[in-house]
Design a protein around this ligand. Structure first.
Ligand SMILES: C[S@@+](CC[C@H](N)C(=O)[O-])C[C@H]1O[C@@H](n2cnc3c(N)ncnc32)[C@H](O)[C@@H]1O
Length: 214
């Protein structure tokens, strides 16, 4: 019997989801809960220049926009960025900029940031150590990194056909972040996603890791 190889969820996949993304109340609530936890963990201020990596439609950045200086919203999906651009225009926002960017492929922006936030994107990035090193290089000394993602799970969140990280073990991610040059690494649980599986309802906790560039 031939087995289907798991495939990555590429930019075309996220392009096809972009128009309906904000219709999902769980995505909306998740963005708000992560934003609230970041607000409590990081001293945000209107001079801070932020990068939201894997921004999707901006469900994390829009709730934080009045507390930050500039926000670069970066994603590898043009469809997601089209929605971001429309929301920026509709709200008359002048300090948020969408950018098509895959930091494992494209040259990094020349700018340095005071804050990098990334929600539910790390599990889609194949090389965790590489992206942590890139985040480190993109931050100003003392700058903050905030990663929200799934706790380690058994692969049932996306299913066997999808090739992604099965969440992250907090101790292992902490060790990797320290090796990449981060300090003050802290974790908290900020949300839980309930999914209906054939075996019943299952909860997938979402952590927020905060760290500083040493
Ligand atoms: C699960 S969605 C999360 C979107 C948004 N952060 C949110 O919380 O609603 C993952 C996002 O990461 C983006 N993404 C995946 N791999 C990426 C990469 N290598 N570089 C940039 N963005 C990526 C996808 O296009 C998608 O918008």
């Amino acid at each position: 019997m031939t087995q289907t190889q798991p495939t990555k969820l590429d930019a075309a996949h996220f392009d096809s989801k972009a128009r309906q993304w904000d219709d999902n109340p769980v995505f909306q609530e998740r963005g708000l809960k992560i934003a609230q936890a970041i607000r409590q963990a990081v001293p945000l201020h209107p001079q801070m220049n932020a990068l939201d990596y894997g921004c999707g439609t901006g469900l994390l950045s829009f709730p934080l926009k009045d507390e930050l200086g500039t926000i670069l919203l970066a994603d590898s999906s043009s469809g997601m960025l089209d929605v971001v651009a429309e929301k920026i225009a509709a709200q008359g926002v002048t300090h948020m900029t969408p950018m098509k960017l895959d930091l494992l492929i494209d040259p990094p922006p020349a700018q340095r940031f005071d804050l990098i936030v990334t929600a539910m994107t790390l599990h889609h990035v194949p090389d965790t150590d590489q992206i942590l090193r890139i985040f480190h290089d993109l931050l100003q000394p003392g700058g903050y990194l905030c990663i929200a993602d799934l706790d380690q799970e058994d692969g049932s969140f996306h299913g066997p056909e999808v090739d992604v990280h099965h969440g992250f073990d907090q101790a292992d991610l902490s060790r990797r972040a320290a090796l990449a040059g981060f300090a003050d690494i802290r974790f908290q649980t900020v949300f839980s996603i309930a999914k209906e599986l054939a075996t019943g309802t299952r909860d997938y906790p979402v952590f927020l890791m905060t760290a500083r560039r040493a």
